[in-house]
Design a protein around this ligand. Structure first.
Ligand code: ATP
Ligand code: MG
Length: 571
């Protein structure tokens, strides 16, 4: 284990085959490439909050560095001033740390290399490999050709008055702010007939008189992604630059820039993106959900963002286990969100203390229990962890049970409470339902029971058996809480396409305002506390909690109820 993070150092145990990236690294090490160094990075653009797909990339990069005793950088790829904000930078730092990816003092910014990139650009111009082009963005697009047709060379590419010197001067004037936005670009001079469109004289710099979140008004030319990214890797001495598959076609350009410059050359390796069912992962869409208020911010517990999952009660360990389970591949696929939920349950089962809480209360009066009596019954805090000990749960004449644990006319195999049946109240007594009280409209408002004093603790001395055990909370001792129940944000497994909003699940958030919880939970309820409500699921205390209101999020149900419902609908 890495003591700082609890991440298993040997994440690929002996029996597991190496993933293809680690195989590449081992092959590189075998021939002494990169002096057997491993140095990875996670390069987010600070234009949104991180999501679970990013978590996969972070943990892959970090885990690879740890596995090979290497280094890991967190580097902001902040080369586009328009959409970037410091709020995003701060949230990304928090999320990466929370995931346990320790970048130590290697918190870096691509924008810190603007000067160096500029100097590299001058080198390419001097080599005759880059030129200033006066075509508009649209003209460049229109002359780029297609997969079946070669592009057309820019008139500025070879004309005699655009000598190397003129290009140098033009580029310097671009930097000096002499030209308006969009009037000129610096382009690499490669091959307008290349079968790879990315190689058709790609733009390296554009003019943009915009303030940057770090460099302010210092620059009015900004590097394009393909130009900047390889240089950032090169400047930092990254060995294996892991990125997602859509950059495969960009690799020749990545290589071309570094080769032409004779700069240190990192190896780009592509792997498949993580896609998750029942959600969207594009930052543009996540931003739309936030801006148009379909969700309550980036950290809404329904969002696939790391901050949303944290708020919902997911643990970083569960996310790490999940990403290890799915592994890395070369082919895109969609992972069932149920697998993520499985990992969350698996971890919370081990660590979450148990409490009793009632979401939809139904009052039960135990007629033969003395009016003023109260008892404190012993309850196990975590059956998976003996060291968690026990606590006392108050019991009295009036309790709440879950409304759905009672049925007036139960079907067969309903082992909970019904007229004339006996059930066990968890940790307390056997009770038998004797009477139902209804309002004028026939709604059940309370039920009456008798209890058997000999069954204290939940066992009958005469060996009498009951089939059902239900949870409860003493009415007199109960505290009130608001519980927020979350469901899939989308009803479609793959809410793809521009009409993705049509698949928003109208039932993705249900707020229950009148829930009753046992006092021990109330006393411990600080935001972030994760626990299990017995029989209901895993929950956590939401940061909206204040002195007047306790807010609880349902993290995940105990079992996969969605699969059941979906299965029924399909039938
Ligand atoms: P965009 O570039 O459109 O803003 P992005 O999701 O690619 O969105 P970046 O900030 O560029 O955002 O991503 C940072 C890193 O995370 C990149 O290396 C990218 O390849 C990786 N990444 C992004 N989405 C996923 C995903 N779904 N699965 C795995 N890795 C991802
Ligand atoms: Mg990207």
């Amino acid at each position: 284990m890495n003591p700082a993070t609890d991440i298993p150092l040997n994440d690929q145990s002996e029996s597991k085959p190496l993933n293809f990236i680690h195989q590449i690294i081992e092959d590189d090490n075998a021939i002494g490439k990169f002096q057997k160094r491993v140095h990875t990075r996670f390069p987010p653009e600070p234009n949104g909050y991180l999501h679970i797909g990013h978590a996969k990339s972070i943990l892959l990069n970090y885990g690879t560095a740890v596995k090979y005793n290497g280094k890991f950088n967190l580097r902001f790829d902040d080369t586009n001033p328009i959409k970037e904000e410091d709020e995003y930078v701060q949230s990304i730092i928090e999320d990466v740390k929370w995931l346990g990816a320790d970048f130590e003092d290697r918190l870096l910014y691509g924008s810190d290399y603007f000067q160096k990139m500029y100097e590299y650009a001058i080198q390419l111009i001097q080599k005759g490999k880059a030129y200033v082009c006066d075509l508009s963005a649209e003209e460049i697009r229109n002359t780029r050709g297609s997969l079946t047709e070669a592009g057309t060379e820019s008139p500025y590419r070879n004309i005699c008055n655009r000598s190397i010197n003129v290009n140098l001067i033009q580029f310097q004037l671009m930097k000096a702010g002499k030209f308006p936005d969009g009037s000129k670009t610096l382009r690499a001079k490669i091959d307008m007939a290349s079968p790879n469109l990315n190689m058709r004289d790609p733009i390296m710099y554009r003019i943009l008189h915009a303030d940057h979140h770090r460099t302010g008004a210092e620059w009015c030319i900004y590097p394009m992604y393909d130009w900047a990214h390889g240089l950032e890797d090169s400047i930092e001495g990254i060995t294996h630059s892991l990125c997602t598959l859509e950059f495969e076609d960009h690799r020749p350009l990545y290589d071309w820039f570094l080769d032409e410059l004779g700069a240190y050359h990192s190896q780009q390796i592509e792997f498949s993106r993580l896609n998750l069912s029942y959600t969207v992962m594009s930052k543009r869409r996540l931003l739309e959900l936030v801006q148009k208020k379909y969700v309550n911010g980036w950290d809404d517990p329904r969002m696939p963002t790391i901050s949303g999952m944290r708020r919902r009660g997911y643990t970083s360990e569960a996310i790490r286990n999940f990403t290890e389970r799915i592994g890395v591949a070369k082919r895109d696929s969609t992972v069932d969100v149920a697998l993520l939920e499985f990992s969350v349950r698996e971890h919370l089962n081990k660590i979450a203390p148990r409490y009793m809480g009632i979401l939809n209360p139904l009052k039960v009066i135990i007629d033969n229990y003395p009016d003023d009596q109260e008892e404190f019954l012993e309850a196990i805090n975590n059956p998976e962890d003996e060291s968690a000990g026990t606590r006392k749960v108050p019991f009295s004449k009036e309790i709440y049970i879950e409304a759905e644990d009672f049925m007036e006319a139960p079907p067969k195999k309903f082992y909970r409470l019904a007229p004339g049946t006996e059930v066990r109240l968890r940790y307390a007594y056997f009770v038998t339902c004797t009477n139902i009280v209804k309002d004028d409209r026939g709604n059940i408002i309370e039920i009456h029971c008798t209890y058997d004093p000999a069954t204290r603790g939940g066992d009958s001395p005469d060996g009498r058996r009951v089939k059902g055990t239900i949870h409860w909370v003493s009415a007199r001792h109960a505290k009130t809480a608001e519980v927020r129940l979350y469901d899939r944000l989308f009803t479609a497994e793959n809410p793809a396409g521009e009409k993705y909003l049509e698949y928003l699940n109208p039932e993705s958030l249900k707020i229950l305002k009148n829930c009753h919880i046992e006092p021990a939970l109330f006393e411990n309820a600080t935001p972030g506390l994760r626990f299990q409500f017995e029989r209901l699921g895993y929950f956590c205390v939401d940061p909206d909690t204040n002195d007047n209101k306790l807010v609880i999020n349902r993290t995940v149900t105990l079992r996969d109820t969605w699969a059941k419902i979906a299965g029924k609908q399909a039938r």
